[in-house]
Design a protein around this ligand. Structure first.
Ligand code: FES
Ligand code: FES
Length: 158
């Protein structure tokens, strides 16, 4: 039995094939198709989701490749996907920053970038360009170039 929070909802899964990736679980079992499959091998970041778990008395957020993560790794954690960010019809500040800074063209990479930026924002601290570059280093975009995406990170996390 695997128990975890899907954003704010407690999920218990006992009949899942342990070889199921979080990516397939989200897309095929839950119909959450915001998380994209690009390479399916950990290279592109299109499938990025965020996992939160308690560490030192506070929540620590990590962005992970859902295509490489098996569902068993969710146990005891909170899973946040791109569908969870918009609240009451309002884009999350990282989504709005991508819009404002023109950080998206075809949009295929965008959910992954948004989740990596969300993770950077959640972990807080003063904005540093190098840290933002590192946080986004696992995300590839073939359309926009990275300048507008980094501008969005600065707007959202600065
Ligand atoms: Fe490319 Fe997961 S789909 S890293
Ligand atoms: Fe097309 Fe990034 S907007 S790959």
């Amino acid at each position: 039995m695997i128990q975890f929070l899907l954003n704010q909802t407690l999920k218990s899964e006992s009949a899942l094939d342990p070889n199921t990736t979080v990516l397939n679980y989200l897309r095929r079992n839950l119909g959450r198709c915001g998380t994209k499959e690009g390479c399916a091998s950990g290279d592109c970041g299109a499938c990025t989701v965020v996992l939160a778990e308690p560490e030192g008395g506070q929540l620590r957020y990590r962005s992970v490749n859902a295509c490489l993560t098996f569902v068993s790794a969710l146990h005891g954690k909170q899973l946040i996907t791109v569908e969870d960010l918009k609240q009451n019809g309002q884009l999350h500040s990282v989504q709005q920053a991508m819009v404002d800074c023109h950080g998206s063209q075809c949009g295929f990479c965008t959910p992954g970038f948004v989740m990596s930026m969300f993770c950077l924002q959640k972990n807080g601290g003063e904005y540093q360009r190098e840290q933002a570059q590192q946080a986004l280093a696992g995300n590839l975009c073939r359309c926009t170039g990275y300048r507008p995406i980094l501008a969005a990170a600065q707007q959202a996390c600065g």
